[in-house]
Design a protein around this ligand. Structure first.
Ligand SMILES: Cc1cc2nc3c(=O)[nH]c(=O)nc-3n(C[C@H](O)[C@H](O)[C@H](O)COP(=O)(O)OP(=O)(O)OC[C@H]3O[C@@H](n4cnc5c(N)ncnc54)[C@H](O)[C@@H]3O)c2cc1C
Length: 271
């Protein structure tokens, strides 16, 4: 079931085998796999579930409502890097261009060499790509919707004797409206709220939208002082989701508790 703002406002208290924080590309796939494996899965998503009516082509208004920091997020480091991230069910897959490319073989080899992780070059990764591409219905953008610039580039590449073709994207019969950035109101983009979250819910996952887990931000999502304001994000009500494991916006960690007061704790003796 997908719970809305009303449930977050009233507060909730759930037990689960796993709490997944974030419902984007990482979280939604994790939630679908975990619930398919029979684990009681709870997804905590800070943003709301968007309907086609919310997907207005007024980009500034849309960004202010459905992007972290209204689209003004910056990652701190040796310099400041503007970083867009959506804040809604399905995460940034709702606003992205849905271009789906596999890691090039040379990158896989380099990462395998650098990390010692053989998964990067293993057939299992090819199988995973195949599963994800099938589920999100990846196909080349139809030639009929390519715009003038694309056609100019195609002609230039052909003239130079270079191979080219439309990019593979997770969009069914793309209309070429070019408004991916404010969500796909026609429902053709297979963003994860329309694919993996649906699967997770079918397998029994409980998805709580409008429920922000404050302590995640300080850990990885953004860097203080550019971190989102907890006062602005936290629901007024208290909610609590207890589990052995938490998958925080994509990465797996061992925690016992996710709550709106940010009291996540490692269970004694657990890895
Ligand atoms: C405009 C744009 C275009 C892009 N185009 C492409 C493209 O064409 N092809 C491509 O491969 N990639 C593209 N990307 C990148 C791609 O969308 C991201 O790499 C991918 O979505 C990241 O997945 P994620 O799960 O790490 O984060 P996200 O998909 O952003 O999901 C994170 C989710 O976690 C939630 N969250 C974060 N913190 C908390 C918290 N504390 N409590 C509760 N919930 C929380 C967020 O609200 C969000 O919903 C694009 C990105 C953007 C912004």
């Amino acid at each position: 079931m997908i719970h809305s703002f009303e449930d977050a406002r009233r507060g909730f208290d759930v037990d689960a085998d796993v709490v997944v924080v974030g419902s984007g590309a990482g979280g939604a796939v994790a939630a679908a796999n975990l619930s398919r494996a029979g684990l009681r899965t709870v997804v905590i998503e800070a943003g709301p579930r968007l309907s086609p009516e919310d997907m207005t082509d007024e980009a500034p208004r849309f960004m202010a409502r459905y992007f972290w920091e209204g689209g003004l997020r910056t990652i701190g480091g040796t310099t400041h890097i503007p970083t867009l991230q959506a804040r809604c069910l399905g995460g940034s897959t709702v606003v992205n261009s849905a271009i789906m490319l596999e890691l090039p073989a040379w990158v896989r080899r380099a990462w395998s060499d650098e990390t010692g992780l053989t998964l990067f070059t293993a057939p299992a990764l090819d199988a995973a790509y195949a599963r994800v591409f099938a589920r999100t219905r990846v196909a080349p953008t139809p030639m009929t919707v390519l715009g003038r610039r694309n056609l100019v580039v195609r002609d230039a590449l052909t003239a130079a004797g270079m191979k080219s073709g439309p990019l593979p994207r997770a969009v069914v019969d793309c209309e070429g409206c070019a408004e991916c950035f404010t969500g796909c109101a026609s429902g053709r983009k297979q963003s994860l709220d329309r694919s993996y979250i649906v699967d997770a819910v079918e397998d029994g996952a409980e998805v709580f939208t409008c429920a922000h887990r404050p302590s995640c931000c300080a850990r990885a999502c953004c860097t203080p002082p550019f971190c989102c304001s907890e006062a602005a994000c936290s629901p007024a009500a208290r909610w609590e989701a207890r589990s052995f494991r938490t998958s925080a916006a994509g990465w797996l960690e061992s925690w016992t508790r996710s709550s709106s007061r940010g009291s996540a704790r490692r269970r004694d003796g657990e890895p």
